[in-house]
Design a protein around this ligand. Structure first.
Ligand code: ADP
Length: 242
């Protein structure tokens, strides 16, 4: 029996570094570490395996090939949904929306209030993880309106709302809603909208975003690994040509 050819994709994101090993059909191993710990992922790469990198640190990480995040997202999403029309990549430091019908890209990378960093900052304030903050939001019966478009001001809004007697669950729901509303402004209408990136693991965010958009979002298994998968697919395609 012929041995399967493996390839590796590494997504060196600005918040998290992700590695995927791909056997030509599916992900057979993966690992996610903090962004600055990307060197630890290299221990998992076997010799002879072609490596393609993507993400913010893609040029820094040793590689055979590199790929932009947009191309990696397209290749990764195509493995699950060849008929996707729009990709929303919900990252830690930026949010990208790619319309695959005309290749228009909308991006929020200037302001942390439109990214995962917004919820991370709020989670730190409450002394919980982002997953914990999302669970808190799910328990809310109601939500407060967070009007600030800046995460620094949002923080002072949180404090004053809690002082006025708002429940922390309602504030958590308000924070998720505020982020979802900001992201929704970048998203064009489409029948098949796919959400990927670490923040797509946050169910509260997905629910609120789909309510605001009036569309169900499609989320692949392990959405945070999709760009690394796209890179691995690219590595496999190039190694089979050589
Ligand atoms: P980047 O590629 O920009 O480094 P990622 O796509 O890896 O970013 O996403 C990182 C973001 O995902 C962080 O803001 C983190 O808080 C969020 N995240 C990761 N896992 C979860 C989870 N289980 N629940 C909620 N948010 C999560």
């Amino acid at each position: 029996m012929r041995r399967k050819t493996m390839s590796v994709g590494i997504d060196g994101g600005s918040t998290a570094a992700k590695l995927v090993r791909f056997d030509g059909r599916r992900i057979v191993a993966s690992k996610t570490v903090e962004a600055r710990k990307w060197p630890s992922l290299l221990e998992l790469v076997k010799k002879d395996e072609p490596v393609c990198t993507t993400g913010y640190f893609r040029k820094k990480i040793p590689h055979h090939l590199t790929l932009t995040e947009i191309s990696a997202a397209r290749l990764g999403v195509a493995r699950y949904y060849p008929d996707a029309e729009v990709i929303i990549d919900l990252g830690g430091q930026d949010t990208k929306v790619l319309d695959l019908r005309n290749l228009a890209l909308q991006m929020n990378d200037k302001c942390s209030a439109g990214t995962g960093a917004f919820l991370e900052q709020a989670a730190r304030y409450f002394g919980v993880t982002v997953g914990g903050l999302a669970k808190m939001a799910e328990k809310a019966q109601d939500r407060v309106d967070i009007n600030s478009t800046c995460s620094v001001f949002a923080q002072s809004e949180i404090i004053s709302m809690l002082e006025k007697g708002a429940k922390k669950e309602e504030v958590a729901a308000g924070l998720h809603y505020a982020l979802a509303r900001r992201i929704s402004e970048l998203v064009p209408d489409a029948k098949k909208i796919v959400a990927i990136g670490g923040v797509a693991r946050n169910r509260s965010m997905l629910v609120m975003l789909s309510v605001i958009l009036g569309r169900k979002l499609v989320v692949p298994p392990e959405p945070q690994l999709v760009n690394a998968l796209g890179a691995a697919v690219n590595a496999a395609a190039h190694s089979s040509q050589s």
